[in-house]
Design a protein around this ligand. Sequence first.
Ligand code: B12
Ligand code: SF4
Length: 511
Amino acid sequence: MILKQKVLFFNPRSANFKYRLPNSLLAVAAAIDNEFEWVIVDGNREENPEQKILDYLNTGAFAFFGLTVMPGPQLKQAIPISKKAKTLFPDLTIIWGGYFASNQPETVLHSGFVDFIINGMGDVAFPQLLHLIVKEGKHFYEKIPAHQVPHNLIYKQQQELVFTAKDGIYNIDELPDFPYEKLHQQYDIPKYLGKTYLGNKTIAYHSSFGCPFTCSFCAVVPIYNARWKGKSAVNIYREIKFLKENYGGDSIEFHDNNFFVSEKRTVEFAELIMNENMIWWGEGRIDTIDKYSDASLEKMRKAGCKMIFFGAETGNDDMLKQMDKGGTQSAAQIKKFAARMAKFDIIPEYSFVLGTPGATPEIVMEQIDKDIAFIREIKEINPATEIIIYVYSPVPTKGSELYDKVLATGFRFPEKLEDWINADWENFDLRKNPLTPWLTPQMVDKIKNFETVLNGYYPTATDIRISKFQKSMIRYTSALRYHSKIYHYPYEIKAMQKFWLKYRQPEVQGF
Ligand code: B12
Ligand code: SF4
């Protein structure tokens, strides 16, 4: 039976271009599809999403407003629109899900305009929450025994935050299929399948939850506590084939936090996709994939796995031990593995985190210099390696050694939700401006200037708009600086990147 209260979903704008299928909302829409009518407003696809949302709410048919929110630009629409919706429609139940909401619950709920947070997976909690509100009202938790309140919820009772029990990761093969056809009635799906380095119509697909590791800087850890579960290769293949045949998808970006945890699943998927002529990409761990056999790597490449994203993080073994919990990654392995990937013609995309806290400014600077030297070494070993540089920005991981170190420096996250949308914190989210007290402007400049020269001398293969001629010109211009290691004031390279190449940094636009 379809209930009369409707659900309005909102995917706040997250990208200026290369926006992806709104998988977070598709997952929770699938969970309520048989019982509630729903519509979606996608901020990536609307000139004026606020107006569209208010038009829907003015119909009086919507009882629930569900938003997915990750840190960064999504907050720019999520915060003011939620506030306005709450002011104009105080009876509306506003529910936030996604990584920002789960990791910053105090700030979100104390704002007064969000009623509930889905903490982690919403596939079970969300339908249960809606049913309880329909039956018992918004304050259902005052009427029913505590054990009947849905898991994976955070809400405010009096002034206190209540965290309900956390479920483990559900069996993903048992979750309902995404309602792609319904989305397509509202937003043309082929327009979500953008042109990327991988192909002309790239599918964003998410095939697993969590991650078995506990890196001390990672936002996945507090939510999934070192658990990982993946959908079976057969089901991934079935859905990819559906998107290929119905909407023209020709390549895949796997959005899993760690796609390659199971060699068996990866190889099974490679075998299934082998003859579909699709290029694919995902995120993995060096120490995990280094254990894959040569035969597996060969098969993956043959089946279209052209590039893999890895958190290389740093060339400092002590720091790796501190950051990379549960893993066995070392500087020597990072280098050896770059060479191994070259053998199989798979491009390793290595991301580094520079500017982690240290006991003295000299130690912090010394580490930055060492990481720069390490990145140069990697480029010598395998010049095809794509390098992504992040400036370290803390994630509030309670009890983590690295986060305790960060708090000791005096660093604090904003306490008011609306402070997250001032320019400084937005740049913080994009890992561009760390606002971390141990980093001096000289340190940040050094990292950025090196990055500019590196990207000039080795232009990324992933920005498909840059021509061969443009690449050779910028490489030529950057060669002297790169070879002589003179990185400061690289204005000529910056100007070329900005005005001529209109260079897009993957860490800003996401991958
Ligand atoms: C796709 C994606 C993007 C896309 C946006 C997609 C879009 N909507 O158009 C792009 C590439 C633009 C992007 C950008 C960024 N992203 Co992003 N992104 C992801 C990614 C890879 C997948 C999200 C996804 O679709 N998951 C699949 C769904 C099914 O899972 P889910 O989101 O967890 O949803 C479940 C629950 O969370 C919950 N839920 C979620 N939303 C909602 C909403 C409601 C109403 C309910 C009830 C439940 C609910 O229920 C769902 C089903 O169980 C995640 C990593 C990941 N694997 O999730 C990172 C991730 C969310 N991004 C992250 C970050 C930091 C960013 C950036 C801010 C920075 C960066 N450099 O990457 C940028 C911002 C740049 C910008 N211009 O916006 C981090 C967040 C970390 C944190 N500190 O909290 C993540 C976790 C990656 C990571 N491991 O670091 N991103
Ligand atoms: S391996 Fe990646 S996803 Fe897993 S905990 Fe470490 S950083 Fe997070």
